[in-house]
Write a new protein. Structure first.
Length: 236
């Protein structure tokens, strides 16, 4: 986890340090509990393009859902969650903070209060331990706090609300990043390209998945026979 190019090692899970291909595997593994109430976190992909267009403007982005101080903290956390690496830029390079702020403006309500409550929790913890707001702490100090809440299943009872907040924020940041042009390129997604002829799934991929087309055809045939038998047995 880091927002610096050298990305020092950390024990922190999806929030940093972990390769992005592994990050995708663990998304949703931790329950996204609400800091206040129980609202689910929706993917902000549908709201991504407008704030990214704003990021390209000459004028600095002006947050609407968050205060300037909260927005600065969001940018720090976003780059801790998705730092730059050898393949692509960081969350802020992909205008993720703008996207999240825009999403909270449109769909905020309870979720916005949850995120703000989590920011407050982080700053209280940082001031108590290090005498500064979280965004002003050294990277090692920030990591010490986040390591307590990055794994919801390992968080103490006292840190449970903080872990729930961080899970929700991490989901927002990752969803926003992987709906951006930079994030889609990082996934190396090969879909949405026209092909002259469909030749099926490559043999090496079928072998890796341990499946065959014959298995699929046999299953479909069996399923059709079961459905036909069920329909025939129904009263006329």
């Amino acid at each position: 986890m880091s927002h610096s190019p050298e990305k020092p090692e950390t024990n922190m899970p999806p929030a940093g340090g972990m390769p992005r291909r592994d990050l995708l595997k663990v998304l949703g593994a931790a329950p996204a509990a609400a800091l206040i109430g129980g609202a689910a976190v929706a993917a902000p992909a549908a709201y991504a393009e407008a704030p990214r267009r704003a990021a390209a403007d000459a004028a600095p982005y002006q947050p609407r859902a968050l205060s300037p101080r909260e927005y600065r903290l969001l940018t720090v956390l976003a780059d801790l969650i998705i730092p730059a690496d050898e393949r692509t830029g960081s969350a802020t390079d992909a205008a993720v903070p703008q996207c999240v702020d825009d999403f909270l403006t449109i769909r905020g309500e309870r979720l916005r209060d949850q995120i703000r409550g989590g920011f407050l929790w982080l700053n209280i913890q940082a001031r108590q331990q290090f005498g500064h707001d979280f965004a002003d702490c050294a990277l090692a100090q920030q990591k010490r706090i986040l390591d307590r809440i990055a794994w919801p299943d390992r968080a103490t009872r006292e840190d449970a609300n903080g872990a729930a907040f961080f899970t929700d924020l991490r989901n927002l940041v990752v969803n926003a990043f992987y709906s951006s042009k930079m994030g889609v390129q990082d996934l190396r997604y090969m879909g949405n390209h026209p092909v002259a002829e469909w030749r099926g799934c490559p043999p090496n991929v079928l072998a890796k998945l341990n499946v065959t087309y014959a298995d699929s055809f046999a299953y479909d045939h069996e399923l059709r026979e079961k459905n036909a038998a069920r329909i025939a047995a129904e009263p006329k």
